[in-house]
Design a protein around this ligand. Sequence first.
Ligand SMILES: *[C@@H]1O[C@H](CO)[C@@H](O)[C@H](O)[C@H]1NC(C)=O
Ligand SMILES: *[C@@H]1O[C@H](CO)[C@@H](O)[C@H](O)[C@H]1NC(C)=O
Ligand SMILES: *[C@@H]1O[C@H](CO)[C@@H](O)[C@H](O)[C@H]1NC(C)=O
Ligand SMILES: *[C@@H]1O[C@H](CO)[C@@H](O)[C@H](O)[C@H]1NC(C)=O
Ligand SMILES: *[C@@H]1O[C@H](CO)[C@@H](O)[C@H](O)[C@H]1NC(C)=O
Ligand SMILES: *[C@@H]1O[C@H](CO)[C@@H](O)[C@H](O)[C@H]1NC(C)=O
Length: 128
Amino acid sequence: MTMNNLTTVFLFSLLSVFALVSAFPIRRDVWDPEILSPNSSTVWVIGQTYNVTWNTSDHPVNITNKIGKVVLATNYIQNYEHPLASNFSVLDGTVAITVPDVEPGSDYSIVLMGDSGNYSPNFTITSA
Ligand SMILES: *[C@@H]1O[C@H](CO)[C@@H](O)[C@H](O)[C@H]1NC(C)=O
Ligand SMILES: *[C@@H]1O[C@H](CO)[C@@H](O)[C@H](O)[C@H]1NC(C)=O
Ligand SMILES: *[C@@H]1O[C@H](CO)[C@@H](O)[C@H](O)[C@H]1NC(C)=O
Ligand SMILES: *[C@@H]1O[C@H](CO)[C@@H](O)[C@H](O)[C@H]1NC(C)=O
Ligand SMILES: *[C@@H]1O[C@H](CO)[C@@H](O)[C@H](O)[C@H]1NC(C)=O
Ligand SMILES: *[C@@H]1O[C@H](CO)[C@@H](O)[C@H](O)[C@H]1NC(C)=O
């Protein structure tokens, strides 16, 4: 093959890849709902039950993963083993959780998982 032919073959393959990609677009309806509560002014008391709430008004028509999970995190370290809530619909906009017996502190956040993980602002957990 001459250099020109090689270039043609290469360009053709490249075009085919583009054609394939545009024929089968990958739909990414990844949605990061805004967490309304807890927020930076929230104080949770250990053992009490609270609603985690988030804004569902801008959700896309098709959501990749509707099954939600709420995990407690400290300094971006997530407590995956003991989720606060799981197996609810992210379209609900709210889920009740009971505050676990953790070290009181002001650098807690929650992660709302569905399509992706979304951190709340830092908030405070105090003992009863
Ligand atoms: C912050 O969270 C509290 C409950 O912890 C809630 O009452 C309040 O409305 C929230 N603030 C905003 C701006 O959503
Ligand atoms: C939590 O949400 C439920 C409805 O999902 C409501 O009945 C209940 O009053 C809420 N609790 C608080 C503390 O806001
Ligand atoms: C929810 O999101 C919508 C659209 O982004 C916005 O207009 C509305 O103010 C939000 N609601 C709250 C309570 O933040
Ligand atoms: C949502 O999914 C349905 C069924 O898979 C499809 O017909 C529709 O076009 C999708 N809508 C959007 C906005 O992606
Ligand atoms: C999740 O919830 C659905 C219905 O709400 C139920 O059918 C299913 O068994 C639950 N799965 C788990 C693992 O709890
Ligand atoms: C929460 O606090 C930690 C330090 O304790 C900090 O690294 C992190 O950036 C804070 N997160 C937010 C969302 O403000």
